[in-house]
Design a protein around this ligand. Structure first.
Ligand code: SAH
Length: 235
């Protein structure tokens, strides 16, 4: 089964963009995943092909119309399409590696990229959209957020990453940030590579990496340590 991504956007020419390069791009060419990009404006019905209007109740900006967005979603989702429908939105649950992993094991996703002040609330409920945020900041549109989500999911698909083991040790795989990495030269501006890493002793290396991962996580992301403690299986 290929991972089928459908993007609904007002800026279809932004895609595939970075998703057409490197790991994701190669996987796209190989058919490991597919990308369908649909222009929301094609679902506009009036003479001016308008997709937005001023917010009810007043205030700045424009809001994407419920009828146009709903029609775009309906046109994109054939009957029986069970893919999750995501709306990129700063109000959503922040994306994390666990959600990315779940998405990557499914059949793909239909992703709506918002613009302006966002989308009419009624279409979010009416079409069962799951709001997903990239973090606590505001982008000008959902396209970059959709690309980020897809990039994270596609690299986990079977056959995409050359070295599958790297997915197991990288940041968040076990709820920790990754340990520090080093490569050549052996001496960089007077700083050597930590001796243990050149020792050839795999046990000591694994132990050092584990310790460093814990140290970095405690220092930078105490929230992740707290989360690990709270979700540890009770014995
Ligand atoms: N008025 C909205 C922000 C709209 S930004 C608010 O205050 O919540 C326009 C679009 O950019 C949004 O509809 C969404 O699709 C996208 N976007 C902005 N920030 C985002 C974020 N942190 N994560 C995901 N999508 C985001």
């Amino acid at each position: 089964m290929t991972f089928a991504a459908t993007i609904l956007t007002l800026f279809p020419d932004m895609f595939p963009g970075p998703l057409g390069r490197s790991l994701a791009g190669r996987a796209l060419e190989e058919g490991i995943w597919s990308l369908e990009v649909r222009d929301i404006r094609d679902s506009a019905t009036d003479r001016h092909r308008s997709v937005d209007d001023s917010p009810a109740g007043g205030g700045p900006g424009m809001v994407m119309r419920a009828d146009v967005v709903a029609a775009a979603i309906d046109a994109a989702c054939p009957a029986g399409d069970e893919r999750p429908r995501l709306l990129m939105s700063p109000r959503g649950r922040p994306l994390d590696q666990a959600r990315v992993r779940t998405l990557a094991t499914g059949g793909g996703a239909v992703i709506l990229a918002g613009r302006f002040e966002g989308v009419d609330e009624r279409v979010i409920a009416g079409r069962g959209l799951e709001e997903v945020s990239l973090g606590d900041f505001v982008l000008s549109g959902g396209e970059i957020a959709a690309m980020a989500l897809l990039d994270a999911a596609v690299r986990l698909l079977p056959g995409v990453m050359g070295n599958a083991i790297s997915a197991e040790s990288e940041s968040f795989a076990d709820g920790l940030l990754e340990y520090p990495q080093y490569t050549r030269p052996a001496d960089f501006e007077g700083q050597p590579i930590p001796e243990v890493l050149t020792s050839g002793n795999h046990g000591r290396i694994a132990e050092w990496r584990r310790r460093e991962a814990l140290r970095l996580t405690a220092e930078r992301r105490p929230d992740l340590i707290a989360l690990r403690e709270s979700t540890k299986p009770a014995d």
